[in-house]
Design a protein around this ligand. Sequence first.
Ligand code: 6GU
Length: 238
Amino acid sequence: MKVDVVTIFPDYLAPLDLSLIGKARGTGILELAVHDLRRWTHDVHRTVDDTPYGGGPGMVMRPEPWGAALDSLATPDTHLIVPSPAGAPFTQTLARALSGDSHLMFACGRYEGIDQRVIEHAATRMRVSEVSLGDYVLFGGEVAVLVVLEAVTRLLPGVLGNADSLVEESHAAGVLEAPMYTKPPTWRGLDVPDVLRSGDHGKIARWRREEGLRRTAQRRPDLLEGAGFQVPGVDVAK
Ligand code: 6GU
């Protein structure tokens, strides 16, 4: 998969050299480039922002540098991702869909965002998705790119073993994972649940399914609503 990130803070993306994303880049599974938006400015101050039409606080990113960046990097096969608190919620299902794209391009807005005409114009030439991490406001899209790329890279063939793909399927199906334990069997007076040490794999699988459902009902009942799950001892209905 090819990925281009355009930002006014390329250093913010430095963690993409690390760990399993760095490894996926090393093996060629992920071909990633980070670009400074100011490369597509022409004035002496390398201006990327201006005051908003209609007034209000803050600054808006001018369309010209973004237009030039897209002209230079995008093709009709590009999927342009624009991180924004006004975007569609980022989910495991969306991560799975993006992992099948051949070229992702991320446009990181700062300030009060990017002039909307950039998104409108790009949408006439390629797929465009505005994506939000959740219901809170960040300074800009850079951290969202780290999050989205980590979720997507794990799904690329050759990055993960099979064990982790089960975790993904569980979350995509709307159920949280059961709690996990390792040695020692007793720590600070707390015991690992007996069932996990029983060696009965059928019983362990049932326990994990039930604990996963119980956790989901308690912590994230929104995931279960309408899905028709029955959780012993927990009232899912509101
Ligand atoms: Cl994707 N961008 C910004 N600026 N703020 C956010 C967000 C994205 N998701 C949640 N808050």
